[in-house]
Design a protein around this ligand. Structure first.
Ligand code: SF4
Length: 393
């Protein structure tokens, strides 16, 4: 497989239309005031936006004469659903969204008995070039705006509230940044999104810090910035190899920031926030699943405030990479646990709709005339699933 270059600076494309979710409350109130309306109308619009109301006719607390004007000024439609695929009896739903410039991204909503999680995209494509990942092989199209990222979570929240997912009306409880893109490479918009996810109504979804997970492939300066924010969201680090020699090839960002630097930054995050971080490790047959690598990973993480999530790789069409066989998975888990490292194997829910990590949906997307073909996300599922009798207590 040909190595792709790392891309940190997203190509500049036309900005999405102005949206309330990209503005501070003061800025939104100023826009409303410029339109000759009392500033509190911005709060009314924000309430509607975060409840997923898109039709101005439903904004009945806003005078009918100005609903359209205000909605056009602050709530333009940024995400157009192209297609929704369901699996697991409708409890897993993958939505393909078209953005204003034709770029495509996906989000995946997963309902479990005790929670509902949405996996969202922060970039169209990804510049991190991981060779086993379909998204990485498609390159980076552009950064998403905060409103485009927030909109994915709002849509999931509304789908839950409106009872669109089997199980009756419910509440979106978790958000994970594990869809398309490297969140920390789009830092300012991801930070704005975090504020909206954690913010209270009318300018937020009111989620708890521990129920929001930011996943990174190891952008150390981004981890350090996040540490300074004082938001104790869950940090997930995609390590995939415990040694620099292998990680340089599996995760090309490792050529910039080595394993030790990434783990040190994650340790500092844990020390600052008091939150255990998660180490994501895609188990790839005969590539990184050897017993000695399990031991190496165990030594690397022993005694740290860390938890390992092993993810049997979802093979992508035409890829030489394959998931580790079950005996290798069990051996890997056993060795990590023997080293005292809490370890689970992740659910592969959504696999039958290409909604699991690193799967290629380009074949689907290519049907859509005029829409650029991109490889879609690597939404990984945060739910750790115990591996047989070796489950964590
Ligand atoms: S694994 Fe994650 S960071 Fe790497 S290319 Fe894929 S989406 Fe980007």
């Amino acid at each position: 497989m040909t190595a792709l270059p790392l891309v940190f600076d997203a190509p500049r494309r036309g900005k999405p239309p102005r949206h309330l979710a990209d503005l501070t409350r003061e800025e939104a109130r100023a826009v409303v005031a410029d339109l000759g309306q009392p500033a509190f109308r911005a709060d009314q619009l924000a309430r509607h936006f975060f409840r997923g109301v898109t039709d101005p006719a439903q904004m009945t607390d806003v005078p009918a004469a100005v609903r359209e004007t205000l909605s056009e000024a602050l709530l333009p439609g940024l995400l157009t659903p192209v297609r929704t695929l369901s699996a697991d009896g409708g409890r897993t739903r993958k939505t393909l969204w078209r953005l204003h410039d034709g770029a495509l991204v996906e989000s995946v909503l997963m309902r479990y008995p005790d929670r509902a999680t949405v996996c969202i995209s922060s970039q169209a494509g990804c510049g991190m070039a991981c060779p086993f990942c379909a998204t990485g092989q498609s390159g980076l199209t552009r950064n998403l705006s905060a409103a485009e990222i927030i909109g994915q979570a709002v849509a999931a929240s509304a789908a839950m509230a409106n009872g669109e997912v089997p199980g009756g009306p419910g509440r979106l409880s978790n958000v994970v940044f594990m869809g398309m893109g490297e969140p920390l490479a789009n830092y300012p918009r991801v930070r704005a999104t975090l504020r909206a996810l954690l913010g209270q109504a009318p300018y937020g979804l009111g989620l708890s810090q521990r129920s929001v997970t930011v996943s990174t492939v190891g952008l150390v300066p981004g981890i350090r910035k996040l540490t300074e924010e004082g938001m104790a969201v869950t940090l997930a680090v995609s390590l995939h190899a415990p040694d620099d020699e292998l990680r340089d090839t599996l995760v090309p960002i490792n050529t910039r920031w080595k394993v030790a630097e990434v783990v040190e930054a994650a340790d500092d995050y844990a020390a600052r926030t008091g939150r255990r971080y998660s180490v994501e490790y895609a188990l790839i047959r005969d590539v990184n699943d050897q017993p000695e690598r399990a031991d190496l990973l165990g030594r690397l993480l022993a005694g740290k405030l860390a938890h390992v999530n092993l993810i049997p790789l979802n093979p992508t069409p035409g890829s030489p990479w394959d998931a580790s066989p079950l005996p290798a998975q069990r051996e890997f888990v056993a060795r990590l646990r023997a080293a005292g490292v809490p370890t689970t194997v992740r659910d592969t829910r959504g696999q039958d709709i290409d909604g699991a990590c690193g799967q290629l949906a380009a074949a689907d997307l290519g049907d859509d005339a005029g829409v650029p073909t991109v490889a879609t996300p690597a939404p990984m599922l945060e739910a750790p699933v115990p591996l047989g009798a070796e489950a964590d207590a």
